[in-house]
Design a protein around this ligand. Sequence first.
Ligand code: CDP
Length: 261
Amino acid sequence: MASFLFVKTEPKHVIFPMEMRTFVTPLSILIKMNDNITIAIDGVSGSGKSTMARTLAKKYGFLYVDSGAMYRAVTYYAIQHHYLSDGELLKNVLSADLNKIDISFAKDGHTILNGQDVEKEIRSMDVAAGVSLVAAVPEVRMAMVMLQRAISAHNSVVMDGRDIGTVVFPNANVKLFVTSDPKVRAQRRLDELKAKGTEVDFESVLKNIVERDRIDSTREVSPLTKADDAIELDNSYMSIEEQNAILDKIISETLAKKTSK
Ligand code: CDP
């Protein structure tokens, strides 16, 4: 007769061991089981963190915050007001002006500085050349970190930057640290800039990337560094599809481990 009578199992046969359960719980369920998830993506300049963060936020319905765009907006403000030129930054004057700098994001993700859409301007090479100097000013960092936390309050969020897993959200649910070969990064950034109609050569882009990595990693306040509990990902030779598959795996496994604790 019915063979199902013979498959009546002891509980030990139906409960997965803890390590196996982490692989079988679907990501959508893990996300529902956690309220307000934070994914922190840090890493070197031009390693594709923003694309990665934007893709993840769209896929999971989280808020995306580009913290680099905020430092770029402050830098653009400094250039406009002649506080920054030829690599010289008037730090005190800029710090005193911080209460006059209002940064927000439009629905389409564009960066708004004091009511003006500055998305195109903040991606220029002039801004790229000065942003690491501006981002090393402690008062600027303090103001940006406060803003980053305020924007993210009561939301699940994916934020990318340099100090997200170490300073902004040290308790983030998932922390990634992205690295990539400097030449590969420079080529990707060159393609991006050219696609937007900016005339620039490979050597200048490479030089800027290497210089920003140097300043960002050696500054005194919140230097670019991997959080102890961050997962490192070198995407130099990874296709977008491979990267997406790896990210899904990392995020599912990390959330599953934390949920089962
Ligand atoms: O996209 P890309 O890697 O070129 O840089 P970004 O994320 O737009 O950041 C621009 C610059 O802002 C970095 O080189 C850092 O100097 C600074 N930054 C920072 O200090 N801390 C962050 N959380 C994000 C960016």
